[in-house]
Design a protein around this ligand. Sequence first.
Ligand SMILES: [Zn+2]
Length: 114
Amino acid sequence: MFCPTCGKENPDTNQFCGVCGENLIKTPPIQKETLTPKEKRAIRAQIEIKNTEYEQYRGWGPTILIILGILTIWALIGLIFISIGVWWLISRRKKRAVILAEIDALEEELGEEV
Ligand SMILES: [Zn+2]
């Protein structure tokens, strides 16, 4: 027979489990008590309540919030990169204009000398 406590198989002649020492003869087999219709109704009502409770915790609310949060963070990171890019473009254009003016001045200088 199998020990009801540890589950190990023991010879049927054993009074005690060879592994955990459980008394194999004294221990009654686990049997389910029969429920009265009233008790069954009470349990079904509890299941119904739990199902309603379970339904309340379903839905996509938290998941949508997490996705929106991630998208918002990425949008902010994108804005930072766009700002850096625009600033870089403007500063390059300014630098180009300065260099162009310097070339013009140098060419003018050259023209006067020639
Ligand atoms: Zn045992």
